[in-house]
Write a protein that binds this ligand. Structure first.
Ligand code: WTA
Length: 677
């Protein structure tokens, strides 16, 4: 552990105590329990007694609780029904079903009376000299104009619009413009390849795309429009024709152009009015689709709907970050992921917040960038991922300590388990031991944060996401589905619905039921392993399925395998995750070649490039091991447990290999492992 990642013992003793617990990694360790400091409590929205009372009310009588909190958003037509959900049989989830509202109207129009000149979005460019502020008034005009452009080109309520954008305000305008007219957006992360983009365009049959000429990250251009052109060709072959592409000019870089189909954003918005009436949407009308990886098959289109989602993300944004009027709030995620949807755009804007949108990367132009941006814009609430923290921690404390960070009041993390060393570093070095950390556990499917501390209420333990948010009923079950009480380790399920939950897999409700509700009948299964300690705190241990988490990005091992076997020289592939110091998990690939093919360095590079082309840079394999054979049971099932152990360099504990068809392949795998310590 780094010497300076903990405060001196005496200092610590004043504010904290130590506890021996069985940590998320299954090992006993000493845990630093950080008491809620008086300063955190002082103006906090929720103290511990309030948390306990509200939580008890919320699970005892969800109708009453959410009936009250549903009013935090504005409605064209108020709801009379609150909760109508079932996790059994066909699974049906409806919240506030007879109410009518509109998301963009809630995120913009209703604030105009009080906040028209308040900054809604602070945009911080990749280049530190490049920034912009957009007031709520300006946001209104931008969103209305783009909504009118979409209408002019025939986009109607219920149509799917694909957004493939860099982190520029126009990405938020595009999302909000869709919600204004009732179109369903599907944002695709700008790091995905043309193939991956094409698959997502085709899956939801989207004929309208909004993109930019190029993105810019760490000084390097990203050819978004060229990628879009390629994707449109691929999608056309699959049977989906894209009719219109709106292109934002970001860099002015050269791109190809298809007359008739492609239009410039800046030219189009000049032709329409800056006012557009928000469409009256039913509470359960679809809001957006977001593709995410699972254990099997291609990515699923997670579908979120209008009202429940907005109520949930605005409420969690307010209470989890203890958001107060006037706070400057910054979440470093990309809008291509759910964190960007819920906690850069919808949650903060529904609350009339000032939300910072960052185009760049943590280490450009220097390792101090995050902290410089915090000082420059006086950021009060900062929300980032453990992978970024580990990388910055490795660069040394001086990059942090040379900045002030005095404005900080709440720190947050999300995306993967945070190791206690990184947590303590975040707390002591970034927060100077004075700022609470909220370690928020949630998923694309959950829409918003489910397990988290509240800054003024929850004593903190480094590495634990602590306690459930209002209305959330976590349960641990063993492999047979038996519910485990008290201190226990098991699979994390949620026993009942909350308003922000996904409603279905777009176009495939059966897959929704199968994936989330069939493993443990009547419960939502998260795919995560988890431990509950004797304070009732939850410690997420990571995925128990074939999903890996690389730098906080979720990836299905099946997707990487299918990319590998699509290479002509590959006959079979198996992919597993292994612990990686910075990324959390790395991608380890076992590859069996076609008969007659010889393994060599060049082929290894070719396979890495092949996967990058097929999925995108985020799927770049870290290790490729050429394997003459994979360990299989006599019925032909690959024994991933063994592959995981070898990738972790932990082959002494391979467990029972007697059911293997050919035990000898294991010796070869061990001898040629790529991760020798
Ligand atoms: C993991 C991101 C531990 C978890 C919002 C989950 C976490 C998956 C945490 C969802 C956390 C997210 N502690 N693990 N605080 N937050 N995860 O869909 O494995 O991209 O199932 O949503 O990330 O990833 P997704």
């Amino acid at each position: 552990m780094r010497a300076n990642s903990r405060p001196p013992r005496r200092d610590a003793a004043r504010r904290a105590s130590w506890q021996l617990v069985l940590g998320g990694n299954g090992k006993m360790s000493e845990v630093h329990v950080h008491r809620v400091q008086p300063a955190w409590k002082k103006n906090a929205l929720i103290d511990n007694d309030t948390y306990l009372k509200w939580y008890a009310d919320s699970v005892k009588n969800p109708d009453k609780f959410w009936g009250k909190h549903g009013k935090r958003i504005d409605w064209f037509k108020p709801y009379s029904k609150v909760k109508n959900t079932s996790f059994d049989g066909k699974v049906s989830i409806k919240w506030f079903e007879d109410g009518e509202t509109n998301v963009s109207w809630n995120c913009i129009d209703r604030h105009l009376k009080k906040r028209s000149d308040q900054t809604a979005i602070i945009w911080e460019g990749d280049n530190p000299y490049d920034d912009r502020k957009i007031t709520y008034n300006e946001l209104y005009a931008h969103v209305c104009r783009l909504a009118n452009v979409m209408k002019k080109h025939g986009v109607r309520k219920g149509d799917r619009v694909t957004i493939y954008m860099p982190m520029i305000p126009e990405a938020a305008y595009a999302m909000l413009a869709c919600t204004r007219i009732g179109a369903i957006h599907s944002v695709v992360f700008g790091g995905f390849s043309p193939d991956a983009l094409a698959g997502r365009i085709d899956d939801c049959k989207s004929s309208f795309v909004i993109t930019a000429d190029e993105g810019l990250r760490g000084g390097k251009p990203i050819p978004l429009k060229d990628n879009t052109d390629k994707a449109i060709e691929i999608a056309a072959k699959a049977g989906t024709k894209v009719e219109k592409v709106v292109v934002v000019r970001r860099t002015g870089g050269k791109t190809s152009w298809v007359a008739e189909r492609d239009v410039w954003y800046h030219e189009e918005i000049a032709t329409v009015k800056a006012e557009c009436k928000p469409e009256k949407m039913k509470a359960e009308d679809p809001l957006f689709i977001l593709y995410t990886s699972g254990s099997t098959g291609k990515p699923k289109g997670v579908l979120h709907t209008t009202a429940g989602y907005l109520v949930y993300v605005s409420m969690t944004h307010q209470y989890v970050f203890d958001y107060h009027d006037g706070d400057i709030y910054w979440c470093t995620a990309d809008v291509g992921w759910v964190t960007g949807h819920s906690y850069i755009v919808y949650g903060p804007l529904a609350n009339g917040a000032t939300t910072l949108m960052f185009e760049g990367v943590p280490n450009y132009p220097s390792q101090s960038r995050f902290w410089e941006v915090i000082d420059k814009h006086k950021v009060n609430i900062f929300y980032t991922a453990p992978t970024a923290l580990r990388a910055l921690m490795g660069a040394g404390d001086a990059h942090v300590t040379r900045t002030s960070r005095k404005s900080l009041r709440v720190l947050g993390t999300v995306g993967e388990p945070i190791n206690p060393e990184a947590w303590e570093w975040y707390f002591n070095v970034v927060g100077n031991g004075k700022v609470p950390i909220v370690d928020t556990w949630w998923q694309t499917e959950t829409g918003g944060i489910l397990i988290t501390p509240l800054p003024g209420a929850t004593p903190l333990k480094a590495g634990s996401a602590t306690r459930p948010f209002f209305g959330v009923k976590p349960q641990l079950v063993d492999g047979d589905g038996k519910m485990l009480d008290g201190v226990a380790s098991g699979n994390l399920c949620i026993a009942d619905s909350w308003p922000g939950q996904m409603r279905t897999v777009y176009g495939d409700h059966e897959r929704f039921v199968q994936t989330y509700f069939s493993t443990y009948k009547g419960k939502y299964f998260t795919g995560d392993g988890c431990r509950r300690d004797d304070d009732g705190y939850y410690w997420i241990t990571g995925r128990v399925d074939d999903v890996i988490n690389v730098s906080g990005h979720r990836m299905g091992t099946a997707e990487v395998e299918s990319a590998l076997v699509s290479h002509e020289k590959v006959s079979e592939a198996a992919v597993v995750g292994y612990p990686h110091d910075i990324k959390g998990q790395g991608i380890y690939c076992y590859v069996t070649l076609m008969a007659g093919e010889k393994p060599n360095e060049e082929l290894r590079k070719e396979l890495v490039a092949h996967v990058r082309k097929d999925i995108g840079a985020i799927a770049t394999p870290d290790k490729i091991q050429f394997a003459p054979g994979l360990p299989k049971t006599r019925s032909g099932k690959i024994m991933r447990r063994i592959l995981r152990k070898i990738a972790e360099d932990d082959f002494a504990a391979l467990g029972d290999t007697s059911t293997l068809a050919e035990p000898a392949v294991v010796d070869d795998l061990i001898a040629n492992r790529q991760n020798k310590r």
